[in-house]
Design a protein around this ligand. Structure first.
Ligand SMILES: [Zn+2]
Ligand SMILES: [Zn+2]
Length: 756
């Protein structure tokens, strides 16, 4: 007996070869009907015998294409139409598109093989791709995802590609960016005014330049990289000098997993991450010292090639370890427009390897690591963005646009119950990053066809944040404010879909605007997404001379904290040797001029860094704290300094007293650093035990930039291993401010029931 059904598949199912896949199994099973890309995903009408329909459903779920992410499969009975055969219908388009845009995909094995096959039409062709691989988000100009809406629109298909594109049994069926050397874009090499063409030739010449120690700007998926030989210390030093990037680590790229394992210590989870479809830069303990690549850093950022071009560079004999760092000057956003790259990078790069296919939007490499409490993402961008990271309760009907924080900005758009988190945007104090922020907002609003009058805009509480000022200018009538550290805690719960769960939320970072207008950063809350979060404990406040500007100078931050420590020696003398800035800052504290109260754990880390010898200016955010973790790692087991919870305040005074005492006594800074970190973990763990008991919760959430300190998380986990508490941190969005927009959206969603 034949029956019919309608199947709706939601998730990442468009632009990933889903319809040809459905077509293939329907044909194999001799089922009739159709498949089409609808607005909410893929819709399939099937007619056939019941057991065969069941078999179809099984294979639909089990054998889906590698890049597809099925979120839901809904099956409803349908009327038998007596259809003959199975067809792919044209896309449907009426309402607002809620279908997900696929992130960019790494080149697949089949395309890689074709690229190496001299008899293949696409032999050595750097723009090879298929429905299982290639660019997506970085080429999409508008929805639905069809070729005329991509940056490939200027390259009409020739007969060969057209045939593949229209053949449902072909791997390139409806692969929107499909191209071949006859009809598609090419690469060229630009050295000064000289231009060399020919894909193979320019790859060969680029390889020669890299081998000769030159710096080449290489166009990738979401922007340019600066590439050089990582084993050539002079070349690496030249990139640093020209980029004005003094110390921040560079990522490297190697051809194979085996080489990655020679460079870094990878667990099986780490390897999984490295070879995952997202292909992030994975931070792993370094096994090899590459001079200048990651100074004063225990870890090395390693990634594998993900574009055909990168594979070709290695196949043509590029140096075996390449520095591949975002092409920009220090802290500016990555260059992605050719003309802009030529202008901004002319002093940095010796040559440009330029691909003709335009990049629709800037998307950096993502950065991830295997964390103490599970996989952690430090920068969420290529491969992940603009994937949805959370499903929001459907009671929230209106779209929400959350603008994030000013540092490490990202924005989140919630549409029809899905939270889409943008790529990493950067520091909004930078003009270029601010423009990228505006573009990304426009991008998301346009792509999902959201009208300003419908959207709820959420922003940080800081009145001087650029994102706040921007929010107030937007033409949306409904605006909400979410406090920074509550947004951190909320981001963890939103990722997990825990809308009602009551937790203890530990939110530690460098800075964020508090309820009382002071600078928060060491906060403990209790509550849930639906009820909100109440602040129940925090770091003992200290004075911060110069406010947030003190974050640049550990000794300046130290002045306020040390002003509360008794019996200090003369800090300008050995072993501390604090520079004059400390004395000036201390005077501000004593006179209470340009001084702000703070509970920032980030600044407490800076203070300890200063006491241990990091007395200069930092050159990138979080550097001093990373240095403390780095040296602490070098010490073995040690004691732990006291960090008690007194009247709902974590008291840093005994902690700092111990650091000062042991430093004067000549104890090794590595051991002091370790005892400080352990003391902090012990103090926080003890506070958690008491507060969790008093407030009757069984789960603790950790978020905020401080929890990128893996040693701290490991120690806290160890301290609490005999408790029954569940410990959660971020996994899908960063614990740093890159995750703030998701938390803002989540808190606004639940305080935003369905009234229109
Ligand atoms: Zn492919
Ligand atoms: Zn072609």
């Amino acid at each position: 007996m034949a029956s019919a059904c309608l199947i709706k598949v939601r998730g990442v199912v468009q632009g990933v070869g889903f319809r040809p896949f459905v077509y293939r199994i329907a044909r194999e099973l001799k089922l009739s009907g159709w498949v089409l890309n609808g607005e909410e995903g893929v819709a399939i009408h099937l007619e056939g015998d019941e057991p065969v329909l069941q078999e179809f459903l099984k294979r639909l779920k089990n054998d889906a294409p590698p890049a597809a992410r099925i979120v839901a499969v809904e099956v409803t009975p349908a009327n038998l139409g007596g259809l003959q055969g199975f067809i792919i219908k044209e896309s449907e388009r009426n309402r607002q598109p809620t279908v997900r845009i696929s992130p960019d995909l790494p080149v697949c094995d089949e395309c890689s093989r074709e690229m190496e096959d001299a008899s293949n039409r696409r032999y050595h062709y750097p723009y090879i791709n298929c429905t299982n691989c290639g660019p997506r988000y970085t080429v999409i100009l508008a929805l639905p995802y069809d070729r005329p809406n991509t940056t490939m629109k200027s390259w009409p298909l020739d007969e060969y590609c057209d045939e593949e594109y229209h053949d449902p049994s072909n791997r390139r069926f409806h692969a929107q960016p499909v191209a071949c050397p006859e009809c598609g874009p090419h690469y060229y090499l630009r050295t000064g005014a000289e231009i060399v063409r020919g894909d193979e030739r320019v790859i060969r010449e680029t390889v020669d330049l890299l081998k000769a120690g030159k710096i080449v700007a290489v166009k990738g998926l979401g922007g340019y990289h600066l590439a050089c030989d990582a084993e050539n210390a002079e070349a690496v030093a030249a990139v640093r000098a020209r980029k004005f990037r003094k110390e921040k680590p560079f990522a490297v790229m190697v051809e194979h997993v085996a080489e990655a394992q020679e460079l870094g210590e990878f667990s099986s989870e780490g390897l999984e991450m490295l070879t995952s479809i997202e292909r992030p830069i994975v931070l792993a303990p370094a096994k090899l010292e590459l001079p200048g690549v990651a100074p004063d850093n225990r870890e090395l950022g390693i990634m594998l090639p993900y574009t055909p071009l990168q594979k070709l560079l290695f196949a043509f004999g590029a140096p075996r370890i390449l520095v591949m760092t975002s092409a920009n000057r220090s802290s500016e956003p990555i260059a992605y427009d050719d003309q802009d790259a030529f202008e901004r990078l002319s002093e940095i790069a010796d040559a440009f390897l330029v691909g003709e296919r335009p990049i629709a939007r800037r998307v950096d490499d993502s950065v991830a690591r295997v964390g103490a409490l599970g996989p952690a993402i430090l920068r969420r961008s290529r491969g992940y963005a603009p994937g949805a990271v959370a499903s929001v309760p459907m009671s929230c009907k209106r779209p929400i646009l959350a603008l994030g924080a000013d540092l490490k900005n990202s924005v989140t758009l919630v549409v029809e119950g899905q939270a889409f988190v943008s790529q990493y945007i950067g520091d909004l104090d930078h003009y270029e990053a601010f423009r990228a922020f505006e573009e990304t907002i426009r991008d998301l609003m346009t792509m999902y066809e959201i009208r300003w009058e419908d959207v709820v805009v959420v922003h940080d509480a800081h009145p001087e944040y650029r994102s706040t000022v921007h929010a107030l200018r937007l033409p949306a009538p409904d605006k909400r404010v979410v406090q920074h550290h509550r947004a951190h805690v909320a981001s963890v719960l939103a990722e997990r879909g825990e809308w009602e769960k009551r937790v203890l939320g530990v939110s530690f970072d460098g800075t964020g605007y508090g309820d009382d207008g002071s600078i928060w950063g060491g906060e403990i809350f209790v509550g849930s997404l639906s009820s909100g979060f109440e602040r129940i404990a925090h770091l003992r406040p200290a004075a911060l001379p110069g406010g947030d500007a003190a974050a640049q100078y550990p000794v300046q931050a130290a002045a306020g904290f040390l002003a509360q420590v008794e019996g200090l020696p003369a800090m300008q003398d050995a072993p501390f040797s604090f520079p004059a800035r400390y004395r000036t800052a201390l005077q501000l504290v004593h006179k209470n001029v340009r001084t702000f109260p703070t509970t920032s754990v980030g600044r407490l880390f800076d203070t300890v860094a200063a006491l241990l010898g990091f007395t200069r200016e930092i050159t990138f955010e979080g550097q001093a704290a990373m240095w403390v973790e780095h040296i602490a790692r070098a010490a073995g087991e040690t004691d732990c300094y006291p960090f008690p919870l007194v009247n709902a305040e974590l008291d840093f005074r005994p902690l700092l007293q111990a650091v000062v005492r042991d430093r004067i006594a000549g104890r090794k800074i590595e051991v002091i650093g370790r005892a400080f970190q352990r003391g902090m973990a012990h103090g926080v763990a003890e506070a958690i035990r008491v507060l969790a008991h008093n407030h009757n919760v069984d789960t603790v959430v950790f978020s905020g930039g401080v929890f990128q300190n893996e040693l701290l998380l490991e120690d806290i986990k160890e301290e609490l291993k005999d408790s029954l508490l569940q410990l959660w941190t971020n996994g899908a969005v960063p614990a740093n401010d890159g995750g703030i927009s998701l938390g803002q959206a989540a808190l606004a969603a639940l305080r935003n029931p369905d009234q229109e």
